[in-house]
Design a protein around this ligand. Structure first.
Ligand SMILES: Cc1cc2nc3c(=O)[nH]c(=O)nc-3n(C[C@H](O)[C@H](O)[C@H](O)COP(=O)(O)O)c2cc1C
Length: 253
């Protein structure tokens, strides 16, 4: 068998093998949580909601036209309004379905939104460097932990980069998206996994376009150490694991 065969088949639609009647949703299993729970005693940071003022480039045409992967950043910090805007643009909740699922700034198969957003914050005004998680239901940030030598850690996680070596460590923030596949499997069973990968592309594209609108640069990162990052984030690598990263920083003037 061609050594790519299994991977190629994964890219295809398997809706002809799918039966709605096999799904956990159909079988009456409880709906998975929309957002991962957290300890109420943890430090939670309010994010500003008046973030429209940070937009410099206003037309969608210009943002699409000018977008590029940007791997060289200035030393200027992102401010909290800018970070808040980027979080809203990538996972912000803008509605709900009758079934109680969330509608967001990004499209997602069946509104299942299987992602959690973790941030390695290195250079954001008024935030201590460290690891955070976005709480989309509240539009707040959850502080998870300080990380010793965070830029070095980001460097190790992002392995050898082919274009600009070690660029991620110089970013202001590293976005890290994990998936909790069961949120999609509950509804889509064996067809969930291809959808999850497509879904996350929409999230990162919004990060690219929103960054462009605030004179920040983004670069998607698919080359990373899976075990290391899952371990740092304390994810079990099965029910939740990282699938995509992106570095963001202000552009060099
Ligand atoms: C899924 C995906 C993974 C990527 N992974 C990396 C990466 O690990 N390192 C990197 O420097 N660029 C990465 N990129 C950026 C691409 O190299 C870049 O989009 C491509 O060269 C086209 O350039 P442009 O985005 O400036 O148009 C990735 C892009 C995508 C969509």
């Amino acid at each position: 068998m061609n050594r790519y065969q299994n991977q190629r088949n994964f890219l295809k639609s398997n809706f002809n093998e799918f039966s709605n009647k096999n799904t956990d949703k159909y079988l009456g299993m409880p709906k998975p949580e929309i957002m991962k729970s957290y300890n109420e005693k943890s430090q939670v940071i309010d994010l500003p909601t008046d973030y429209e003022n940070v937009i410099i480039k206003e037309t969608i045409y210009d943002c699409i036209k000018d977008r590029r992967s940007n791997r060289i950043y200035s030393e200027e910090a992102l401010n909290l309004h800018e970070l808040s805007y980027l979080l809203w643009a990538t996972q912000g909740i803008t509605g709900t379905t009758k079934a109680g699922l969330t509608l967001r700034t990004v499209p997602c198969s069946g509104a299942t939104h299987s992602f959690e957003t973790y941030l390695f914050i290195m250079n954001v005004d008024s935030l201590a460097p460290g690891l955070y998680r976005y709480l989309p239901v509240h539009h707040k940030l959850l502080f998870l932990s300080a990380i010793h030598d965070i830029d070095k850690k980001v460097d190790e996680i992002t392995l050898d980069q082919p274009f600009v070596p070690n660029f991620a460590r110089k970013a202001a923030v590293l976005f890290v998206w994990s998936t909790i596949p069961y949120r999609s499997e509950w509804k889509f069973d064996i067809t969930a996994h291809k959808k999850i990968l497509i879904d996350v592309g929409h999230v990162c594209q919004n990060l690219y376009l929103a960054s462009e609108s605030i004179d920040a640069g983004t670069c998607a990162i698919g080359i990373y150490d899976q075990n290391m990052i899952d371990e740092i984030l304390e994810l079990d690598g099965d029910d939740e694991f990282v699938i995509y990263l992106a570095a963001v920083g202000k552009k060099l003037k």
